[in-house]
Design a protein around this ligand. Structure first.
Ligand code: IMP
Ligand code: MG
Length: 433
């Protein structure tokens, strides 16, 4: 008789950078398999545990658990340059990558995708997205256009080079019809990269279906690691200011090739305040001293690009929407410790002209016209006391408890567990059910 697997999904509930890395690392400690589901080198999260501090981009965080298998899933845009570097860095630090596998269905991202990403941003006038410049959008364009090159070719160097020749011929005609194409459009540019990628990753490429079937029948504990955040999801996010992959619970399950009926737990990670990188409406954005203070205290700079993140108060309207589309049954409130010394505010409604909105608008034009409403009960006195590393709810100062409760209630109820982050280390957390 086969056993029933346990499937845990961790998704960022806002615009990315909620501190998913820490949650994934915590969950990965007891996982049998960790699957990175979506996104590419544009994603980045920082993990801090007994092995040290790691900035991860493409390789599943479960690689830090020697007892877990790790799969780069179908929905990933696998940048070969970034993943080879990450792989080498991990090995240099003594982390075994023996149990890393790559789905043959994952899309490959090449330096020409990066060139195109740059060209597109340059050409956008009023509608710049502020992409990470990692070639992510153009990778998923190719995927949807059905001209993408998938990881399966890393088993066959000649086939990989043939496909590159074919694809680059088409791209050169499209982007540089009058000549002047950069090196990244020249197939020869890829000889060394392909050789190295085939050498390092060729053996790791697998058909994910039988591999997953074994884990399903063994009753494995499977962790699906979402990248970015639900509000950057291509279908449900603040379009067009979104990334190009699926970032919601449903989206990452599909991207990881996990049937939805196997889902056990959907964990949503919400940061205790808001941040956003790149362009797009951000109703609760702050531009005063408290933004700079929070940015410094929370080290709110991009893991991938180093860009300073935009900062705002917790946005319950956006968060309720995120809850609506993901239906998390577990929530994690990260970085509560960053708010110590600050008087936070919580936005529970928007004003749009003379109307009050409790529902998140479905388009970015309307969202951009919304003004945050902070009701009297949603101005909090300065949060005081040193909570860093605390592990028990009763130890938290009352004013911190009050803010945490208000924040969780503003998202929804009926959560099976609530976890509060009190520091950057794996164990800096308080969970109650
Ligand atoms: P792209 O994913 O590089 O195409 O960027 C599209 C938008 O998503 C930009 O506004 C980026 O700043 C944002 N974005 C992409 N990945 C992340 C992430 O991991 N954290 C935060 N923002 C991201
Ligand atoms: Mg990040």
């Amino acid at each position: 008789m086969s056993r029933i697997p346990e499937v845990i999904v961790v998704v960022g509930a806002q615009w990315g950078d909620e501190g998913k890395g820490k949650e994934v690392d915590y969950q990965a400690e007891t996982a049998d398999l960790v699957i990175r589901a979506n996104g590419g080198a544009n994603a980045g999260h920082t993990v801090e545990n007994h092995l040290g501090k790691f900035a991860m981009h493409l390789i599943p965080v479960g690689i830090l658990n020697p007892d877990a298998d790790n799969l780069i899933g179908n929905g990933v845009g696998l940048s070969l340059t970034a993943s080879l570097k990450e792989h080498a860095d991990l090995k240099k630090r003594g982390v075994s990558t023996e149990r890393l596998y790559i789905s043959s269905k994952a899309q490959l991202t090449f330096p020409y995708h990066q060139t195109i990403d740059g060209l597109q941003e340059e050409r956008r006038d009023t509608s710049k997205i502020g992409t990470t410049g990692t070639g992510n959008g153009p990778t998923y364009m190719d995927k949807a256009e059905r001209s993408g090159i998938r990881a399966g070719v890393l088993r066959d160097r000649k086939r990989a080079m043939d496909l590159l020749h074919e694809v680059l011929k088409g791209k050169t005609a499209l982007y540089y019809p009058n000549g002047g194409a950069p090196d990244t459009f020249n197939p020869e540019y890829y000889e060394k990269l392909i050789r190295e990628a085939c050498e390092v990753f060729g053996e790791k490429v697998i058909n994910p279906t039988p591999f997953l079937a074994i884990h399903f029948s063994k009753g494995s504990r499977i962790l699906v690691e979402g990248a970015h955040g639900a509000l950057l999801d291509i279908d449900n996010g603040t379009y067009p200011f979104v990334t190009s992959s699926s970032c919601t619970v449903g989206g990452v399950l599909n991207a990881a090739e996990i049937p939805p009926s196997l889902l056990t737990s959907a964990i949503g990670v919400f940061k205790a305040f808001s941040t956003r990188v790149g362009e797009g409406p951000f109703v609760t954005e702050l531009d005063d001293d408290s933004a700079e203070e929070l940015r410094k205290k929370g080290d709110e700079y991009g893991t991938t690009t180093g860009r300073p993140r935009r900062i705002g108060w917790f946005d319950a309207v956006a968060s309720r929407y995120s809850q609506q589309i993901n239906h998390f049954n577990h929530v994690v409130i990260s970085k509560l410790d960053t708010l110590i010394g600050i008087s936070p505010q919580l936005c529970d409604e928007y004003a749009l002209g003379n109307t009050v909105l409790r529902d998140f608008p479905s388009d970015s034009e309307t969202l951009a016209k919304c003004i945050p409403v902070y009701r009297e009960g949603n101005y909090f006195p300065k949060l005081e006391g040193d909570i860093s590393g605390m592990q028990h709810w009763n130890d938290l100062p009352e004013n911190v408890q009050r803010y945490a409760i208000a924040l969780v209630r503003s998202i929804g109820d009926n959560f099976q567990s609530i976890t509060i982050g009190t520091g950057s280390r794996r164990e800096d957390r308080i969970t109650f059910k």
